[in-house]
Design a protein around this ligand. Sequence first.
Ligand code: DC
Length: 221
Amino acid sequence: MIVAIDGPAGAGKSSIARQAAQELKFDFLDTGALYRAVTLATIRAQIDFEDTQALVKVASEVELEWDGDIILLNGEDVSGAIRSPTVTDAIRFLADEPEIRRQLSAQQRRIAEGRDIVTEGRDQGAEVFPEAECKFFLTASPEVRAERRLEQLKSEGRHLSFEQILTAQNKRDLEDESRPVGRLRAAEDAIVLNTDDMTPEEVLAWVLKQVREVMEKRQTQ
Ligand code: DC
């Protein structure tokens, strides 16, 4: 069974998806981590981001392995390295490229095959797993998302201003929403939830309730 959770950056979908997978005893796939790892590979290979052919070549040659929260790039644990701002800033060059999306989507389908899995990203319900049994689109207003990010960074000892975070987030939203292929959008049959006035615990409980209802229905069919 596939549970697809999509939504914009900072909507809290990663931690909800991760915790939902744990509660349901499903596997968890962070598809953003795959895009990040391939981006890191191209940065290390010093590829010119305008050289689409070279990007596609590196992307097709890298070996990605994934185990829960750990992602291996050609055998090396890059789980921390893929979160750097340098990687975040460069992702769009790869995420905008249809051939790279095709390869990574195929890889995501291979990973999910035959598993119970919670998969999280931008295009999971609408493009990669249109047949997913449960589709959620978690969102929140830009201000609330930026405020949550501010608090998260503070707790990690990093101090950015609200305006800096909001500006970077607006830029990412625009990139994610205007991508020619695989843009951020809710699938037509996704349940859209605005989490502005909800605690993470409430969002998790709500997601779990919906999934369990679908699981029960499947069992009685
Ligand atoms: O979820 P994240 O912040 O780690 O994702 C980083 C970027 O990767 C995101 O801004 C766009 C891209 N991405 C994508 O294009 N498709 C996905 N399914 C997941 C991420």
